[in-house]
Design a protein around this ligand. Structure first.
Ligand code: PEP
Length: 249
């Protein structure tokens, strides 16, 4: 039985004051939710705040990106070791916005996963197809190549300490959600792809859904057999909405 994980992806939103009140709200409402793992992936500059406020609570802290290198002359970058020191448990890797706007390739994502795992944290690997790829019938090819690239670079064992997030690009921030059946098909496909290499790892790995998940659709998505949680963008910025999704898990 895989315990659900609901992780908020705040993206580049908030002020110090709004971050503080959002964390406060999540903390307050999360105390009664025992059967779901909860995390908030905040902008780097709010990590210290998150570490301080979440210390001793079951809500985990996460970051949204990491450098491929351990240290050195990489202006503007942040290493996995630094994130670990600031109490991060999760790091989102390969989000479609990073792939699209910052040119992150599968090879770069694979390196980031390695850095995160070797620093003792858990990467959340994002995969997903664009609308064009889906409409042209390439959805499975795209997902398979994103998963296979990581298996090829880091080995199947690396999936033993990873969370996967299936995020159809056409559903992110658009208000369009994959139907539970559409999402379930892809989640099952991802699990089967991993099972071709290692059935035990495939059974254990959590595959989260991301793409306009909100209180009104969370329960039906999370009820599907292979949907093990959610990566939540917009709805994670409102404590009540985020908590309602956590309750649905
Ligand atoms: C995301 O960016 O990871 C995401 C799922 O965003 P939204 O929930 O806003 O679609």
């Amino acid at each position: 039985m895989r315990q659900p994980l609901i992780a908020g992806n705040w993206k580049m939103n908030g002020t110090r004051a709004s971050a503080e009140s959002l964390i406060q709200g999540v903390l307050k409402g999360s105390s009664g939710i025992a059967k779901t793992d909860i995390a908030v992936c905040v902008p780097f500059v709010f990590l210290e705040l998150g570490q301080r406020m979440l210390s001793g609570s079951p809500v985990r802290l996460g970051a949204q990106n990491v450098c491929t290198e351990a240290s050195g002359a990489y202006t503007g970058e942040t290493s996995a070791g630094m994130l670990n020191e600031f109490g991060c448990r999760y790091v989102i890797c390969g989000h479609s916005e990073r792939r699209e706007y910052y040119g992150e390739t599968d090879a770069i994502v694979a390196k980031k996963l390695t850095m995160v795992a070797s620093a003792g944290m858990t990467p959340i690997l994002c995969v997903g197809e664009t609308l064009e790829q889906r409409e042209q019938g390439f959805m499975e090819t795209v997902i398979a190549s994103q998963i296979d690239a990581i298996i090829g670079a880091n080995g199947i064992e690396s999936f033993g300490q990873i969370e996967i997030a299936y995020e159809p690009v056409w559903a992110i921030g658009t208000g369009k959600t994959a139907t539970p059946e559409q999402a379930q098909d892809v989640h099952a496909f991802i699990r089967a792809r991993i099972a071709e290499h290692d059935a035990a790892i495939a059974e254990k790995v959590r595959v989260l859904y991301g793409g306009s998940m909100k209180p009104s659709n969370a329960a039906e998505l999370l009820a599907m057999a292979d949907i093990d949680g959610g990566l939540i963008g917009g709805a994670s910025l409102v404590a009540e909405d985020f908590l309602a999704i956590c309750q649905a898990g």
